[in-house]
Design a protein. Sequence first.
Length: 78
Amino acid sequence: MRKGTKWTLWILGLMLAAIFINFYMNLYSLAYALITVLLLVFMGWGFLAKLKNDVRQHEDHHRREHQTAIDDIDQYTR
């Protein structure tokens, strides 16, 4: 397991434990704040993954169009 993944799982586990402990201790506002932070982190992570995918799709499309143009030029100049 990579080091970054291990740290992410540890932090996620600690956050979940903190949420359950805060609910047990009747500190609902703190527990809900931690849930909100967790949701915002997951939403940001999803946004970055989607952005990275969109950039890769754009680069692949541009590369395919460029390669097709070069192939057409090579075909007609032979």
